[in-house]
Design a protein around this ligand. Sequence first.
Ligand SMILES: *Cc1c(COP(=O)(O)O)cnc(C)c1O
Length: 433
Amino acid sequence: MIVPCLGINDNGHLTIAGRDALALAEKYGTPAYFIDEETIRANCRAYKAALSKYAPEGSIPLYAGKALCCAAIYRIIAEEGLGADVVSAGEIATAVLAGFPMERAYFHGNAKTDSDIRYAISAGVGTFVVDNFDELSALDRIAGELGVRQRVLLRITPGIDPHTHRKIITGSVDSKFGVAIETGQAINFVREALEKKSIELCGLHCHIGSQIFEPDPFIEAASIMVEFAKSCKKEFGWEPEILNLGGGFGVRYIEDHPHINIDENIKKVCGTVASICEEAGLRVPKIFLEPGRSIVANAGVTLYTVCSVKEITGYKNYVAVDGGMTDNPRYALYSSPYTIIVANRASEPADFECTVAGRCCESGDLLAEGVKIQKCERGDILAVLCTGAYNYSMASNYNRVPRPPIVMLAQGSEYIAVERESYDDIVRLDRVR
Ligand SMILES: *Cc1c(COP(=O)(O)O)cnc(C)c1O
């Protein structure tokens, strides 16, 4: 199964973490995100176990909070012993609310403002991942003013094209993120960081992209980064304590996507780092990874109510639901494929070819095109699978549609992690003069 916690019960209804999907829809309303806590924990443990097996002590996964950011997630991540990759003051505030140990937070982003920097330092963020020369100077100045010596990783662009979707490639030389090795600017970045009084340079970071299934691009990036570390040692006598290889392990959204073996991939990547370091006479750094989607995606299912089934004779069929791009913009943005099941007809044949459309006034507001699902009608419950990542976190109020709640399903208990927005929430900041 694309989502491990799913099943079908005797009524032919889909079950999510052992609960009847129809009962969940009834109880919490639609649309709503349902997240299985056990799946998140299992994913965390897979990364953690592999890094402790194959990488030096102190190597940990950092959960990339942008995939699904709410206080309940940070609590789970903290309990599982992961660090966190945070990208904004808002994400930091969320982690702080959850009582996340902020020394395990790594602050990313290519356009941090002075106030972001100040806020992060005062919130106790352990390490900054500095993206560019301007940020380095600003951080040095502000850390100096606040009387701290700030731990830092430098974001380096290794120049890798992992052959995924254009909008999610980030490791190529002309990326908006990081400083490139190829142009000779990265070595100067390290030099400047080492010269700054209020900066403690702890290591290097790269992130080559997302939804990558094979280990090869990570291995290639790791080799380039270790070669770069070698030049740093030669030039400055400095060696990274941490090599952070970023996120991006792929997720199976549809049956056609390959299975991914986290243990095997991490073993290969760590093996490559260790062997190149040994050859180069470098100490093997702690290896960090920053999984986002592969921690939360397959823990999530969104339930919708079918509002209409429109058969345009000789053309195509539409199934329209009570949500769409406002709660899941990924099809509209990236044409990302999803697996869809009619929850109350889960054991019937999936032979109705259709386009699943959202409720917004926008032709591009679709959740899937040309998918085969069970024949359905108004009032049926539609389940879109594998929506734990980049759904809630990318949701909007376009058309003033309230955002759905997040319901966490744990073993033996369930709770609302984020309430459904009300119409009061929608107009809360509006003022009529
Ligand atoms: C987006 C991002 C991640 C997480 O990527 P996933 O594809 O969700 O695993 C990790 N690190 C950085 C720097 C990112 O920008």
